[in-house]
Design a protein around this ligand. Structure first.
Ligand code: ADP
Length: 182
């Protein structure tokens, strides 16, 4: 059973929802960099102030900043984990590999949630988060295609990718995720 997982997929594919369900079921630490950054913004920290404008444009917060967030939490955690929304570009993926090597905790599985652009857009528009308006969404989809999608090949080469079709109800997709993990 995989206890060190990474969730990959475009914004709107349902990573957060599925990651939360699986983490609860398997008692894993759920690390969502997006959620952690939003919490910093809300708490009005210096880090949050730095991230806020970048997030509002749908661009990526600096690698150093998100890496520090993830590093802190992984180092102080004993047990399995599930990363959601990180890494988001090749530099982050390489930094994560180094960190995990240091911790002797290699990734066991990368769940790739796949969904058509049309459905992604519909889901994001109906969600209504601050950064869910049409202009920002199209920017986030572009950032995903250009910077995050190359991670699919990166992890495929390592034999870690499990593809999951993300269309359908939360329960249907959750079942596919579990079946995909074997
Ligand atoms: P979504 O997957 O729907 O875009 P997230 O909650 O994962 O939502 O991310 C929201 C925003 O937080 C991103 O658009 C980006 O600005 C920032 N963010 C989250 N994770 C990272 C990361 N690993 N690196 C850089 N920026 C990030």
């Amino acid at each position: 059973m995989s206890n060190r997982l990474l969730f990959l997929g475009p914004p709107g594919a349902g990573k957060g929802t599925q990651a939360q369900l699986l983490a609860a079921e398997r008692d894993l630490l759920h690390l969502s960099t997006g959620e952690l950054l939003r919490a910093e913004v809300e708490a009005g920290t210096e880090l949050g102030a730095e991230a806020q404008a970048v997030m509002a444009r749908g661009e990526l917060v600096s690698d150093a900043l998100v890496l520090a967030i993830v590093r802190d939490r992984l180092i102080s955690h004993d047990g399995g984990w599930l990363l959601d929304g990180f890494p988001r570009n090749l530099a982050q993926a390489e930094a994560l590999s180094e960190l995990l090597e240091e911790l002797h905790q290699p990734i066991e599985c990368v769940v790739l949630l796949q969904l058509d652009d049309g459905i992604l857009l519909q889901r994001l528009l109906s969600r209504g988060r601050d950064d869910d308006n049409e202009a920002v969404i199209s920017n986030r989809l572009e950032v995903y295609r250009e910077q995050t999608a190359p991670l699919i090949a990166f992890y495929r080469q390592l034999g870690l990718i499990r593809e999951v079709e993300a269309e359908g109800s939360v329960e249907t997709v959750a079942k596919r995720v579990v079946d995909g993990l074997g």
